[in-house]
Each structure stands twice: as C-alpha cells, then as structure tokens.
Design a protein around this ligand. Sequence first.
Ligand code: CAO
Length: 420
Amino acid sequence: MLKEIRLPELSDNVTAADIVKVLVAPGDAVAAEQPLLEVETEKAVFEFPSPVAGVVREILVGAGETAAVGQLLFRLEVPDAGGAAPAEEIPPPETRRSPATAAAPRAPAPAPPPPAAPAEEVGGTPLAAPSVRKLARELGVDIRQVRGFGPGGRIGAEDVKRFAAFGPGSQGEAPPATARPLPDFARWGEVRREPMSKVRRITAEAMTAAALVPQVTQFDWADATALEAFRLRHGGAVERAGRKLTVTAVLLRLCAEALKRFPQFNASVDMGAGEVVFKEFVNIGVAVDTERGLLVPVVKGADRKPITALAAELAALAEKARGKKLLPEEMEGGTFTISNLGGIGGSGFTPIVYPPQVAILGVSRSEMRPLWDEAAGQFRPRRVLPLSLTYDHRLIDGADGARFLRFLCEALEQPLALFL
Ligand code: CAO
C-alpha cells in the first residue's frame, strides 16, 4: 500500500519549512528514521526522518521550495498487512520527480520565495510571515494592532519594528524606506549576488530587533589559573568517560548559579503589560559556530545538572548543530546566552542581547599575563580569562551588571566560595 508522508507540526508557531535538500530518490528503499529531507525553519536546520520503512514512490517537493505544515511530501510504498503493495497503487513514472530535479541545489537567483502561510490568512488574522510574528512576540507587540504596508496589506518586519519603536501613532502612513538603496557597485568592478540563507536572514532580523533594545556591555576578567589546573587534573578522567571538561561547560554551571542569585538577568521585559517576567527555570543558550552560520541550542535546566552532564549535553548539541540535526525545540526556551569565541581568538567583544532575553555573556581567549602579587611583592604568571556581559539597560542597571560579572569572576577564581 502507499503511505502518504506529510510535513508534521514542527514546533509552536512554525507553519512552514524550506526544503534545503531532498535526500532520497524515487525507487530508494528507506528504513524507519532514515532522513528524507533536509529542512530549514525560522528556528532550526534539521533532517526530517521517515516515520516508516518503505520504498520511495513519489516525491512531491523539491529543493528550494517551501512546504506548509500538513503538506504532502512523499508517497512511500509500505508492506500492507497481507504482503506487498498492489502494483496499481504505484504512480505512473511521469508523476515522479527525477532524482536530479529532486536533489537540485537551490537556484542562486532570484531570491527564495516567501514562506507559505495559508493558516494566517484565515479568520481575519493579519497576514504576516512566521518570522515577523516571532519578531512581534519578541518585541512585545500585538501584531493585530500593526498595519501592514506590504503587498495586500502584508505585515513586514519593518512595520513591526516601527510599531515597537514609535507606537500606534506611527501607523498612519507608509514608512520611509529605512534601508538606503545600494549604489551600483558594478561601476567600480565585478560583483556577485547570492541569496541569503534562512539562518542568515533570521540572524539579521533577530539582530535588527535586538538593536531596538538599549544595551550596555560590561567588561571584566577572571584569574582562571586555578580553573586551568582543575581542568588539567580532572580533564583526563572526564574524557575517559567520553566527555570534555571545557571552559564553556564550567561557565554554564556558574552562570546558572549567577542567574539564580541575580534573577533580573533571567527575566524578560513585557512593555505592553508594564511587567517584568521572572523565570523560575534556567535554560542557557550556547552560540555555536556552524558552516551555516550562528545557531544557538539551549541547555535546559542548567541549574540542576552537574558540570560533567552539562559538558556532555553541550558537546551533543554542538555536534547536532554542526551536523544539521538540531530540532526546533532544542533552540527554544533560552533565558540567557553564552557566546565563547575563545577557541578562535580575540581579547574582547560586545555580544548582542538575544530578545526576549535580557543578558548575554561573551567569553574571549584566555592568555598568560604577569599579575602583581601584593603579598609576595612580585609579578606572577597567571592565566587570565576576559569576559564581557551585555545586558538590557531597561531592566538592569550598571551596578547590577558589574556585580553579576564580578560574581562570575570570583566563582571562577574560587568556586568553593559559592558554598559559603
Ligand atoms: N580561551 C582559551 N581557549 C579556549 C577558550 C577560551 N575562552 N574556549 C575554548 N578554548 C579552547 C578549548 O580549551 C579547546 O582547546 P583544546 O582542544 O586544546 O582543549 C578549543 O578551544 C576548542 O574548544 P571547544 O570548541 O571544543 O569547546 P568549548 O566547549 O569551549 O566551546 C562552543 C564550544 C560550541 C562554544 C564552540 O565550539 C563554538 O562554537 N564557539 C563559537 C561561538 C560563536 O560563534 N560565538 C559568536 C556568536 S556572536 O555573539
């Protein structure tokens, strides 16, 4: 018999997915859980597995297309209760896509089609792409109040941002173009255009939304000499258990502790309601550098896990992110973020808050420096770890930012002090 495979509900508020690659061809025998598609939503890039074992008979989507939740993607021939599928159920060859078409890379131009949003047009709900709705939620904007200036009244990211910045009074007339038109670069030499990937577009939108948040970055550094000695002493044992005791894993645990002691860093601002939302859970996102761009998987319940468990979970999530296997729900629910660029280099940077979160920790490369030892009256070689904390200044005052970062530095220097 033929089994229809449709795009399932992927996550809250995700109504469509871009098909990046079709991983099978007509006639392929596939096992249950074998990836059929590589798909990309506004929240993640991941492989979509086959729910059953069978033979691919029809492929109804192609790379570069957008599929809505519930859309038919494949027909698979699966054994029925009585045995093999009847021959007449197998579709004629002309209805199948060739493997070449199915696996064709996304066309370089024109720009990819906008995500299908059938459900959004029903029942008077305003017309807006999922990414625009997400942006509205992040900015605390009621999308029903926003006037859309796109084709057919479609609400765009610019409309939402203008509403967030200037309120309902800004809704009367069409907005001035915020992005200045580009000059004709070809006047000065050859140029090449490439479509932005979904991850790049989502990152660009999130960063633009973040620019509306008044943010301050506080810098500090910790003497991480003892931490390095600890990692050297216990790293081997942890590695033998198949994990790696990294600086990021240690920071996950210490940040979780800091977030419990400074709850305003584990909160969100609801400007519409005039309230601060404090979260009684600690979920820390970790920025992972992948060939597709920046992805931020979230370690859930970081305050309840030992460092070894956090190390294992972080390694698994980073591997999934890089292997395009991260699921949308694995990137949701973060209450704080850590961005460690120390493995690459740099002495300091200003990370950007990821709304609706209110703070992010930047970690730069540790290095040996001579530090003055007051008691001994001489310089000593110490390993110094530079940290930067960016916070939402609507909620967090400078003194709190300095205290939070000092707490982290002292916890890195003397972890036992946490238990005093
Ligand atoms: N200072 C010095 N060395 C550091 C370091 C730091 N702050 N952080 C990591 N390192 C070292 C590690 O010790 C490791 O060295 P060895 O292989 O000799 O042990 C090496 O760098 C690689 O570390 P790692 O990546 O294996 O482990 P990690 O847990 O420290 O980091 C992760 C994990 C996911 C944070 C990292 O791989 C990554 O992707 N970083 C980039 C994050 C990013 O792009 N941020 C920018 C976002 S925009 O704000």
